[in-house]
Write a protein that binds this ligand. Structure first.
Ligand SMILES: O=C([C@H](O)CO)[C@H](O)[C@H](O)COP(=O)(O)O
Length: 193
């Protein structure tokens, strides 16, 4: 790539905002039933476990906090206090590639014990996608996709933004159904921060 002297931040913001809006339109075409099923499964699960590596995992941690605000029992896989997953539980996984080995292994364990696995991924034919109970295709670039047809942003950035947005949409949908006010939710927010 050629060095350029300037690239206005507002231009970058516009590029990202446009990519995010296009992705939401594509999501609506690809996944309405999967998105609704995911919300139903999240509502019914005894405990929700969230799992992702790198930035995908960081994005899902934001969803984990919001689900906790709703009063749901949520665990982040890898934390020392996270218990064993069981039959009535749900594993929510985000992996752009769908091939990150530790995630595929954990998803297999979850399926083996009878838990539900919801996967957000760009790769619908990946090992992770193949074993998932609910598959949400995110039409974004995967981290090694250099074609710039789906995104001009670096690596899996568009996917990771989508994970945050879809997680917030899960939360919002569940919150609107829950009958709880913002004041009902707030006392659950961390008071040790
Ligand atoms: O951190 C990541 C990287 O910065 C890509 O933008 C990825 O999220 C991490 O490598 C995990 O990969 P995936 O399982 O393919 O999401």
């Amino acid at each position: 790539m050629a060095v350029v002297n300037t690239f206005p931040v507002l231009d970058a913001l516009n590029i990202i905002a446009r990519e995010d809006a296009t992705l939401v339109d594509a999501l609506a075409d690809l996944n309405p039933l999967s998105l609704e099923r995911a919300v139903d499964e999240l509502r019914q699960a005894k405990s929700i476990f969230v799992l992702g590596a790198g930035r995908s995992g960081l994005a899902l941690r934001m969803t984990a906090m919001r689900l906790m605000h709703l009063g749901l029992t949520v665990h982040i896989v890898g934390e020392v206090t996270t218990p064993a997953i069981g039959r009535e539980d749900l594993l929510l996984v985000a992996s752009g590639s769908g091939t990150t080995e530790a995630l595929v292994r954990s998803a297999r364990t979850a399926i083996d014990v009878g838990a539900t696995v919801i996967t957000l991924t760009t790769a619908t034919k990946s090992p992770l996608a193949n074993i998932s109970s609910v598959l949400i295709e995110v039409p974004a670039a995967e981290k090694l996709d250099r074609a710039a047809t789906k995104s001009v942003q670096y690596a899996g950035s568009l996917f990771e933004q989508a994970v945050v947005t879809i997680g917030d949409a899960f939360f919002h949908s569940l919150w609107m159904r829950s009958g709880q006010s913002a004041d009902d939710l707030w006392p659950r927010h961390a008071n040790l921060e």
